[in-house]
Design a protein around this ligand. Sequence first.
Ligand code: ATP
Ligand code: MG
Length: 401
Amino acid sequence: LPSEFINAQPVLQKIQAAGFEAYFVGGCVRDVLLHQSIHDVDIATSAYPSEIKELFSRTIDIGIEHGTVLVLWHEEQYEVTTFRTESTYQDFRRPDQVTFVRSLAEDLKRRDFTMNALALAENGTIIDLFNGLSDINQKVVRAVGDANERFHEDALRMMRGLRFISQLDFTMAPDTLAAIEKHSQLLSFISIERIRIEWEKLVLGRARNRALRLFLATNCFLYCPQFEQQIEGLQKFIELPEKQLTEVEAAWTLLMDCLDVPERQFVAFFKEWKLSNDTIKQIQKTYQGLQFRKHFPWNRWMVYTLGAEVVLRVESLLAYYNPEQSFVAIEELVQLLPIESLKDLQVNGHDLQHTFQKKPGKWLSDTLHFLEKQVVEGAVANQKVELLQAAENYLAGICEK
Ligand code: ATP
Ligand code: MG
């Protein structure tokens, strides 16, 4: 057993000693079997949340109504969730109400895919009620039980299935795939936020293109914001080299470069996907940098205005267009920059007003911008006397016009 499980074993033992059942469940069991790193160790138990809280001195209620208590144990924390069923599905979404049960089998039955419906006992035995082990060995995503029913209960599972294809480099079982084709329109009942989480995991996965082909073939794309009219662009995206993407900002930038959406409509596009303003800004900058870099080498001003992070991201994206592209030493370019932002300029607005005895106005921001550019490009040294001299020449030039 990996160390993450060894560390958590005492938690299972403690629950068992109190007369309850407890198992490792879900993604962590799957990932261990796939020899992948595990991010969180989840525990399922027959104990009710109140019973778990009595057993452990340090707990946090993170979803009591769903049966989940966070148990703090040494340096670690574990989500401990009571066995439950989700009996009453409405509107094709996971229910707000769950029913706690005392049986592991009932709990495993309501899980999405066979590979996610495995439990690992404290002694290392695997409980495999739905042939999840064999599906993992064959790298197949298969719904637990009747696929049609499962997607009817919670339509998000279709997007989850596609993202697991991409993340794990699996294929889809034929009946599961057929059920997605049949029920894709149920995705329209699912919130954008939940769809976006799965979509972003899908595009960041290593078998992105296989998952995307199924995303198109099953018509799931029709029920994602803004994609309905973009089938050609999405196909273009699939034709890019299948080099794994590591950041959502990079993924969205590459996608927008394939889709037929004018840049002035990006904000509206991303608002529909409910991206944060900050992320939208990052994508816009990366996109602008990419368009520039496709035609020109970097210059100091571009590196300065976009910032090192965006420039590095753009540089990594060039590999999707020209795999032979050699990387530019960005660090050198960044180090060449005499200032990082306007704040580093050795004169400010006050200095300029004082020197030229003028009221603030457009001249002031124009002059500052001019000086900023001169300094970044190395034409003027970042020293007060030289900057004021350059400002004087600049203002004289403007007055002449
Ligand atoms: P990841 O590695 O991305 O966290 P995961 O399998 O752990 O993958 P989670 O969303 O963390 O995914 O969910 C944990 C477990 O809960 C899953 O393995 C699955 O058993 C179950 N589960 C999650 N979402 C659903 C769902 N929509 N329907 C049914 N079961 C689900
Ligand atoms: Mg998880």
